[in-house]
Write a new protein. Structure first.
Length: 485
């Protein structure tokens, strides 16, 4: 008698650690369940079916997934540390290392370039090695980069190891959304909210601590000590990989007796990864990228805008902190709202309207009590960032689709965002007024509204691949499927 045939709900599943896609070992007609030995309710490769009819899943929806949740939150906290920890003590570093103004300027450009370039490599690496091992490697790479940067004695080595640390973090940016899709398909809004808030904390906490650490211990421990966060974040994912080994072995035994199902389980759709051909992917990418562009411009230039309007430097710095802080509550609310909406385009309209009113108030005016209102509105309007992260999962059916969409959205998005601060500075330098910069930002808001029409549509990325396959291309058959484990 043959063993039970696995139920295949995700024919394009991204391979789990070290192997092909997994969809759960079940008998025909039975409800899907977790593979023995796997951490979490469902093993790597699973896009879980609805199990709301099961009493245990209704009463304890987080059961068995706390290790994964801890891994996601810790990894998210690691994603901005290498950037946020340097700028407050850069002058101290420059007393020990001869960092020219050009190199110091590059330190502000390297993050977006690293996020775009190395994030784009994730779909290829995750198909080859699996999501979880790729994330562990990214966390280790970021930690090694931080440690070696803190030991640098020359400007080139400091810059190179900064890029290495940011390379690991750029990969982590792309990996987290599909991991949320894989392990929390029933809690996408809540878990996305948790890790976007943690992202904000990873930007806010290091500047608060690093100056004191540098004063007491020196700048090298102040920068290198943050490597412990990446190493700590790798621990839960190492546990996940180890515990899934037994599940992979049992699945391999089943597939030996079910060759007719192997292609469906192990294969990846030949159109996977071609997100650049999807209007949905472009819509989300442009919306995400231009929102990030607006945010980077505000972080880089808002204090200067307010100082030119008559604010003192300490008060302008407080206004920037307020701008960053007001976005945190919206990072919680926005993914939860988006998960409940068929089409979240009204949220985009709301956020763009907030940005427009905020920019209008800041544009060409003198600082006064109303300035704080404009800053708050601009901070709230930046909430299309967590919306873009949520849409990566809400507009993909499978973890494989989420990987391809995440890599494309964040790769294109961060390239667009990187041009923002430089463009704003050039416009100000040529005109001597911030009005031209705000006109530029108003133009990006119009593009966001247009792009979000495509990005928010209730269609899945896998469906756009399927439609292209039907238009003039032969249907995918077993011969078209890559069954390489």
């Amino acid at each position: 008698m043959l063993p039970p045939v696995p139920t295949c709900r995700d024919p394009h599943a991204t391979p789990g650690p070290g192997g092909g896609g997994v969809t759960g070992l079940t008998s025909p007609g039975s409800a899907p369940g977790p593979v023995p030995g796997a951490t979490g309710a469902y093993p790597p490769g699973v896009d879980r079916q609805d199990s709301s009819s099961t009493p245990d899943s209704t009463l304890r929806p987080w059961k068995g997934r706390f290790v994964v949740l801890a891994g996601i939150v810790l990894a998210a906290f690691n994603l901005r540390i290498a950037v946020a920890s340097v700028s407050p003590i850069l002058d101290v570093v420059r007393t020990d290392i001869d960092l020219s103004d050009q190199v110091a300027g590059l330190l502000g450009t390297v993050p977006v370039i690293a996020f775009a370039v190395f994030g784009s490599l994730v779909p290829v690496l995750s198909r080859r090695f699996g999501l979880e091992p790729t994330l562990v490697a990214a966390l280790v790479v970021s930690s090694v980069g931080e440690i070696l940067r803190s030991l640098s004695s020359t400007a080139p080595s400091f810059l190179v190891w900064t890029a290495v640390a940011l390379a690991g973090m750029g990969m982590g940016n792309v990996l987290l959304p599909p991991l949320v899709k894989r392990y929390f398909p029933d809690r996408i809004g809540a878990v996305t909210a948790a890790y976007t808030v943690t992202l904000s904390l990873s930007t806010a906490i290091p500047p608060l601590l690093v100056v004191g650490i540098a004063s007491s211990l020196g700048w090298r421990p102040a920068l290198g000590g943050w490597a412990l966060v990446g190493l700590l974040a790798a621990v839960p994912w190492t546990v996940v990989i180890a515990r899934s080994a037994r599940a992979r072995a049992e699945l391999a035994s089943v597939l030996e007796h079910s060759p007719e199902h192997t292609a469906g389980l192990d294969g990846r759709h030949r159109h996977e990864g071609r997100a650049w051909r999807s209007p949905l992917a472009w819509g989300i990418a442009v919306m995400f990228g231009l929102n990030s562009l607006n945010t980077y411009v505000m972080f880089a230039w808002l204090p200067h805008v307010l100082i030119d309007a008559g604010m003192s430097e300490p008060v302008a710095a407080s206004a920037l902190a307020l701008y960053a802080f007001v976005g945190m509550p919206m990072s919680i609310v926005t993914p939860l709202l988006a998960a409940r909406m068929r089409n979240p385009y009204p949220l985009v309209v709301l956020f763009v309207a907030m940005l427009a009113v905020g920019y209008g108030g800041l544009m060409g005016g003198q600082a006064g009590p109303a300035t704080w209102v404009w800053v708050v509105l601009a901070g709230l309007g930046a909430s299309t960032f967590p919306l873009g992260l949520a849409l990566i999962n809400l507009r993909s059916r499978t973890s494989a689709g989420a990987v391809a969409l995440s890599g494309f959205v964040q790769g294109v998005g961060y390239l667009l965002a990187g041009a923002g601060p430089l463009t704003a500075g050039i416009l100000y330098g040529r005109s001597g007024s911030w009005d031209s910069t705000f006109v530029f930002l108003f133009g990006t808001l119009v593009v966001i509204l247009v792009a979000a029409v495509a990005g928010c549509r209730p269609v899945m990325i896998e469906d756009t691949w399927a439609r292209r396959a039907r238009r003039g291309r032969p249907s995918t058959t077993a011969a078209d499927v890559d069954t390489k484990p």
